[in-house]
Design a protein around this ligand. Structure first.
Ligand code: ADP
Ligand code: MG
Length: 688
């Protein structure tokens, strides 16, 4: 004779609450053998459901020993117990306990998603579910939702679900309690049929008529067994040792079921399905809750984008190449370290010494001579004024001025090397050099081709105008930018006498700190003189760096507020998920009875929280992109100097936004998820 499927020896069960404890079962001795059909009867409150929970591995005895398939419960962990419920037991409840968000077919397939190993394709299970529906006359209802069914239909669906994994034993708690007599008869005949096929059945019932159909009747009274009668000769059902064997084996193999990709995907699919349905069912609530997180992510993305726009505009408006330059000069008025006045520096020889200096620092920036004539008289036939010539080293230096020409052209490279006497005029010089009434001013291309005489200076020379710059910004370090004549360095030197440089400009490469570089060069020059000479530097953009630093501080503070916003949104989601868990307590109990372990439940809740967060995050990312580009468009339309529209699209920021929302889902969902996972299945099933 094979070992009993289930055995209780001297088992007691006590409900403990904070105030009191209640012994619901005491000294129960019961064994259930394979193939039996047992009815458990007794008045309400006698402990029937409690006993069924014990038999169904949903609760543990307070004292006594219980064994399943010959193994005591103590050696089985939570996951193994869940797997036994999943593969060896089938539950049917008075209230049907279908998951309302899932269709009939999905409800029936639910237990298959808890299988420790997926040896069959989803198609296999679907075919089996459809066959079961057909067997119970429900073939047309597969796509319906539970609330579209009658009680009898629901209970038959519940039976299909209990049978999908071919359990050895069916446990039914008042399965006919909520049914009319016709449906009740139907269900009972199904149970008898299943028993005839060799399945063990335990039914709790109030109804003596139902109990009479069982072969063995166990009566409970006040928590103990008052009688246990078998109908004579009726335990004739052949136990099926082969099935018992397979279940015992299954416990062994389940212990080390490896997590497989397929299993994970199955779980994920079900999780996403459940989450989607649940979010859709509570649409308003989901939207309102998601709004908080949406605002959080949106504000972060907008802050990031606006920061970029502000920074770019700021750079574009103020950090032009010519503003980024630092100037290094020989500090004549300072007293040297040895007490003598610094008055005797000849400068760097333009040909022999200066190129070495430029080369020395070329990895950090472009060092150029900064060459200006002293103030001199500049004349044409119709006008004149006092101003300076400013030297320009090369074509690039002109281009770095970021100032387009209003007329004419820039000097060609060969005009630099040939020391050509060509000049580019600052915008304000025109009115000084040419009288308003001068008829030439009406000519096209004026004043290109005009001659300008520079007199009473280091030099007396004639330059030909080849272009005029548009008005330049004079805020940083070039107060006279619009009042001077720009000429190639070489042309200036050729007409100015000694070919030495005493002032230098340096344009740092991107990422190199202007101030440090300027100091470095000054120090180098000073060191070169053996410390006798002192050099100073001026960094016009220094103040801008400070403003930029300030902008960064503002951005950081606003970003922090965005993070707070995100946090508040996340707490909202946590709150909603806690409510959801409370609402779904019973459903969680049902899932556990079908074989879900803590991991499954946790994954459902986490998936729902994450899905909500990711959807909110995605909407936020799209809206953020729109807001940023709209802002960028406004800037390009309304700030004259930033005419061109800049498309703001920071993929890193967007991906980070999505990732952050997923992280929020997982983070803020984890408390509700672990609450849900740890719920006691028997207690859940009892809740309304
Ligand atoms: P039955 O199914 O036979 O009606 P139950 O097994 O549901 O009875 O309950 C048995 C006894 O245990 C009842 O007297 C009931 O009041 C008590 N009981 C059930 N659940 C709890 C609980 N969570 N806390 C305290 N007592 C409980
Ligand atoms: Mg009950």
């Amino acid at each position: 004779m094979s070992a009993p499927l289930l055995q209780l020896e001297q088992v007691s069960f006590e409900y403990k609450t904070a105030e009191r404890s209640f012994v619901a079962l005491r000294d129960i001795n019961l064994s259930v053998s394979s193939g039996e059909f047992i009815a458990i009867i007794g008045p309400s409150g006698s402990g029937k459901s409690t006993l069924l929970n014990l038999l169904g591995l949903l609760a543990h005895p307070t004292s006594g020993t219980q064994s399943v398939f010959g193994k005591t419960l103590d050696i089985l962990d939570e996951i193994q117990l869940a797997q036994l419920r999943n593969t060896s037991l089938g539950f049917v409840f008075q209230s049907f306990a279908l998951v309302s968000r899932l269709t009939v077919l999905e409800n029936i397939l639910l237990p298959t998603t808890f299988l420790p190993e997926q040896n069959h394709s989803p198609g296999f299970w679907e075919a089996k579910a459809i066959a079961l529906l057909g067997r119970f006359g429900l073939q047309d209802l597969a796509a319906r939702f539970p609330n579209e069914l009658s009680g009898g239909q629901k209970q038959r669906v519940a039976l299909c679900r209990a049978l999908i994994l071919d359990p050895m034993m069916l446990l039914a708690d008042e399965p006919t309690g909520a049914l009319d007599s016709r449906s009740s008869k139907e269900v009972m005949s199904i149970l008898k049929e299943l028993n005839a096929e060799g399945r063990t059945i335990v039914v709790i019932t109030h109804d003596p008529g139902v109990a009479q159909q069982a072969q063995r009747i166990v009566s409970l009274r006040d928590g103990h067994i008052s009688s246990d009668e078998s109908k004579a000769g009726s335990i004739g059902q052949k136990p099926s040792p082969q099935r018992a064997q397979s279940s015992t084996n299954s416990i062994k193999s389940e212990k080390h079921a490896a997590p497989s990709v397929q299993r994970f995907m199955g779980l994920l699919r079900t999780s996403v399905l459940l989450a989607r349905r649940s979010l859709a069912t509570n649409r308003t609530r989901s939207v309102l809750t998601g709004l908080g997180l949406f605002m959080g992510i949106l504000s972060l993305i907008v802050i990031d984008g606006l920061g970029e726009i502000v920074e770019n505009s700021f750079n574009k408006l103020f950090f032009t190449s010519s503003v980024r330059k630092a100037y290094i000069y020989y500090d004549e008025d300072r007293t040297g370290p040895h007490g003598h006045r610094n008055s005797s520096w000849a400068g760097l020889d333009a040909e022999a010494e200066f190129p070495k200096l430029a080369q020395m620092f070329e990895r950090k920036g472009i060092v150029r001579p900064f060459l200006r004539s002293s103030t001199c008289q500049i004349k044409t036939e119709s006008g004149g004024f006092r101003s300076r010539l400013v030297g320009v080293s090369d074509l690039e230096e002109f281009i770095e001025m970021d100032t387009p020409l209003s007329v004419g052209r820039l000097p060609g490279r060969q005009e630099f090397s040939a020391q050509s006497a060509v000049a580019i005029l600052g915008s304000d010089t025109i009115d000084q050099l040419f009288a308003k009434a001068d008829p030439r001013r009406r000519e096209r291309n004026f004043p290109v081709g005009q001659r300008v005489v520079v007199d009473n200076c280091d030099t007396l020379a004639t330059f030909t105008v080849i272009g005029v710059l548009k008005k330049r910004d004079t805020s940083f370090g070039n107060r006279d930018a619009n009042d001077v004549l720009y000429v190639p360095n070489q042309s200036l030197l050729a007409r100015m006498g000694p070919t030495v440089y005493r002032w230098f400009s340096v344009l740092p490469h991107p990422g190199v700190d202007t101030k440090n570089l300027a100091t470095e060069i000054s120090n180098f020059l000073s060191l070169r003189s053996g410390g006798r000479l002192t050099f100073a530097s001026s960094v016009p953009a220094d103040i801008l760096e400070r403003v930029r630093g300030f902008l960064r501080i503002v951005q950081t503070i606003v970003g922090f507020i965005g993070l707070l916003c995100l946090f508040v949104g996340g707490v909202g989601i946590m709150n909603m998920m806690l409510v959801t868990v409370a609402e779904r307590t019973r459903e969680i109990g049902v899932m556990k009875s079908l074989g879900a372990n803590q991991g499954h439940i946790r994954s459902y809740i986490l998936t729902e929280a994450s899905l909500l967060c990711v959807i909110a995050g995605m909407v936020a990312v799209v809206c953020g992109l729109l807001v940023n580009n709209l802002f960028s468009l406004c800037v390009s339309l309304f700030v004259p100097m930033l005419k061109e529209f800049r498309w703001v699209f920071a993929p890193v920021g967007l991906i980070a936004g999505l990732f952050l929302s997923l992280l929020c889902g997982l983070g803020f969902g984890s408390l509700p998820a672990s609450r849900a996972a740890k719920l006691d299945p028997a207690e859940c099933l009892r809740s309304e």
